[in-house]
Design a binder for this molecule. Sequence first.
Ligand code: V47
Ligand code: SF4
Length: 355
Amino acid sequence: MNDTQRIIEKAKQGLRISLKEALQLVKAASIHELGRLAYQIRTKLYADQAFYVYNQHINYTNICQNACRFCAYSKRPGQDGAYTYSIDQIKEAIKSRINEPIQEVHIVGGLNPDLPYSYYLELLKSIKEIRPGVKIKAFTAVEIAFLADKYDLSPARVLQELHEAGLDALPGGGAEVFDPLLRQKLCPEKISGQKWLNIHKKAHNLGIPTNCTMLFGHIETWEDRLHHLESLRNLQDETGGFLCFIPLPYQPANNNLKAEGPDGLDFLRMIAISRIFLDNIPHIKAYWVFAGIKAAQLALWYGADDFDGTIVEEKIGHAAGADTPRGLTIKNLCKFIEKAGFRPVQRDTFFKVRA
Ligand code: V47
Ligand code: SF4
């Protein structure tokens, strides 16, 4: 048995593999070997189920004081195309879909220096008033750090106050790649990887579960990717607060980073190694909006178990050239999962399955 086979056998038995072993796997194992192993792990956990959520995205502002090089979404104040939704506009957006059984509202936006702290609290409260049963997954760790800095509050206090106003979970955005040198090239103004991790840790300690992401397929190496995954796995060992990992394939259009984005095989290898390496994070999401529907269907065979949701109004990936629909009906979402050979199972933000 060679080294690669030995690592495959180890993971198959449910034993944790090291960063070095994971590197050996992604470099030496064939796509079939990686896929088979990741599929075995996901099937042991979830059989033929593939999860999805009935959700609505709201990107409340694209005005941002940062200028991450990969971002095609953000605008400077006053720039053509800059927008901020008023609380009334957000209420209208929620009311416009009140007859649909939406389970989750996902909210993220830019770091808009003109919005008062009360805007964020009111936004959450207004949504819960209109839809008391809905779960709100809102504001990346980057937005939380921005509010804490701007209003001279601790991140824990911001999280607590938002939680009291209706925040149920944090999305996983803003993680990008944790390596400091790479981060300097990708998003020099953004909070450090360590700070991103600390804010998630604080959220977990307050009982707020979170997701986590990694932006991949640009200028990073496999070493960078696996170090990033190792940081997530270490924090999860401490807190157990991550629900889901989402590898976000880089979308190359309309931004300042000169890179191509991952091809189909790279995407599948990334999904597979995520399932194999992150033995303590329950769910791996194939985010159809960024991956494309066809690649997301395939990813279910390569370790992913979640397809995300109906979305309707995605702006971040589409600004950077994603050519997927802006949203899917529940009927089509289920059809794509079934056609891929899996059983669609509706879940909420916490991955609780609807009775
Ligand atoms: O934080 C920005 C990334 C993120 C590009 O938690 C880009 O369930 C690819 O985090 N190419 C926002 N990615 C999306 C996100 C997310 C999406 C769906 C579900 C969840 C969840 C989280 O998108 C940003 C940034 O990391 N991003 N620009 C780009 N050109
Ligand atoms: Fe701003 Fe987020 Fe875009 Fe960076 S990725 S420029 S923080 S909106």
